[in-house]
Write a protein that binds this ligand. Structure first.
Ligand code: ZN
Length: 204
């Protein structure tokens, strides 16, 4: 059973990664049926947290204000899981789906302080969800050498593929483009469609 927080977090993640979210994407990401997602999203629209624009779903101002602390706690919980529970990098996103709900408000801020005020989660996403966006998407980047800033779409199979060549934030990566995008690290090469790798954000 998914709760309101899960829907809001996933909508935020899609919008941050791909500028848009749809009911189908949210349903697939939460492993629920389209009908269940549709019904729940309608209630979030009625509560003034989301708006539907054709097939695209957006968060309202109120929706963003309510979701930002959840995003922050998700990212702080990931740092905790990675450092203290030794959860592998590619699994921290899914492993904290339960945990993050325990660290709300004051508890969460104490955890943040005791983790040493981490600026970002293990995937490079800022613990201040309103930090300005920087960098360029690997889906659009020209050939060249870059540093990995963040992976905005924290989806298990994408993270697993990136982990297989140690394409972690802070690491250097070389990009080559043909019909696909090849990313190369010291540990190997991976090929993606430009859409698949859109959520890998790079800096020069
Ligand atoms: Zn993360």
């Amino acid at each position: 059973m998914r709760n309101r927080e899960d829907y809001l977090l996933v909508a935020w993640e899609f919008i941050e990664s791909f500028d848009t979210a749809s009911e189908k994407e949210i349903a697939d990401r939460l492993h629920i049926t389209g009908a269940t997602a549709s019904q729940y999203i309608t209630s979030l629209v009625n509560d003034g947290l989301m708006v539907k624009n054709g097939r695209s779903i957006e968060l309202t101002r109120l929706g963003r204000r309510i979701t930002a602390p959840l995003v922050r706690m998700h990212r702080i919980s990931e740092v905790f899981a990675f450092r203290f529970l030794e959860v592998p990098w590619e699994e921290t996103h899914s492993s904290v789906m339960e945990l993050e709900h325990l660290f709300t408000g004051d508890r969460g801020e104490k955890l943040f302080k005791n983790l040493g005020n981490p600026e970002s989660c293990p995937h490079g996403n800022p613990t201040d969800p309103f930090s300005p966006r920087t960098g360029i998407s690997a889906g659009l980047a020209n050939d060249g050498i870059y540093r990995i800033l963040r992976i905005t779409y924290e989806e298990d199979s994408l993270l697993k593929r990136l982990a297989s060549v140690e394409a972690f934030p802070g690491r250097q990566v070389e990009i080559y483009r043909d019909s696909c995008v090849t990313i190369e690290t010291q540990n190997g090469q991976l090929r993606f469609s430009p859409e698949e790798i859109q959520a890998l954000i790079l800096a020069r």
